[in-house]
Design a protein around this ligand. Structure first.
Ligand code: SAH
Length: 229
């Protein structure tokens, strides 16, 4: 073990993880499969080394490029609200650290994940490789356009706040599909929305207040200029 970098068996982290799982249960996360996925996903591997000892605090943490990994309660809530099945394909917009992606990957067939910051995606892909998560497919690009080649999707998750429900992602839903997306331009007033496709009808539910970094259309300037894809 490298000094200063906690190993997977580090007793403090295990205890903190158990405490977090109890907190999530108390906060209303009842799906044992979701709790199991949180339990088996090492959040300490998805945060910068200096935040490792806070990995199991129920809070968002910085991951670079002015982005954050969401608080575990919100990851658990969004995962639960997706009602994932083991044979389903999921489209995720906003890979970030890859933590939410890894939690999803534990519960479904395949996750297609898109991130607009190349460095974040590279680090996330390295983590998936290290953790041998083979059912994740990464793409660098603007997720507001979706990933049409793989559509339709049984489930779509957006982990950044959209100004409105993104029509391109609603269109990508398979029959019976579910989209979960935070909506709202003001960071103090974002609602987590669930859109369920029932034939030609779309049922919309409000799942409560959340706080996310914004979903930004296009690529960061430098990367777009270099036309990196
Ligand atoms: N779920 C992530 C955290 C998400 S933070 C985790 O578990 O770590 C939101 C992420 O969405 C950021 O990394 C941000 O760069 C990304 N993002 C914002 N707009 C995007 C877009 N249009 N396409 C793809 N990714 C986007």
């Amino acid at each position: 073990m490298t000094p200063g970098r906690a190993g997977p068996g580090e007793p403090g982290l295990i205890q903190k993880k158990l405490r977090l799982l109890m907190e999530l249960r108390r906060a209303g996360i009842g799906d044992t499969r979701v709790l199991g996925a949180i339990e088996k996903t090492p959040r300490e591997k998805f945060v910068p080394a200096s935040f490792e000892d806070q990995a199991y605090e129920n809070m968002a943490l910085p991951i670079g490029n002015a982005q954050t990994v969401s608080q575990p309660y919100v990851v658990a809530l969004m995962t639960e609200k997706l009602e994932l099945g083991a044979r389903q394909n999921v489209l995720e917009i906003g890979t970030g650290s890859g933590y939410q992606t890894a939690v999803l990957a534990a519960l479904c067939r395949r996750v297609f994940t898109i991130e607009r910051h190349r460095e974040l995606l590279r680090d996330a892909a390295r983590r998936f490789e290290e953790l041998r998560l083979r059912n994740i497919v990464c793409r660098f690009g603007d997720g507001t356009k979706g990933w049409p080649e793989q559509a339709p999707y049984e489930r779509v998750l957006v982990t950044a706040a959209a100004p409105e429900i993104p029509a391109s992602l609603v269109d990508a839903l398979a029959p019976g599909g579910i989209l979960v997306v935070p909506v709202g331009e003001d960071h103090r007033d974002q609602q987590l929305m669930r859109i369920r496709r029932d034939g030609d009808r779309f049922l919309t539910e409000d799942l409560g207040l959340v706080r996310f970094v914004p979903l930004v259309a296009g690529l960061p300037r430098r990367q777009a200029d270099q036309n990196l894809t």
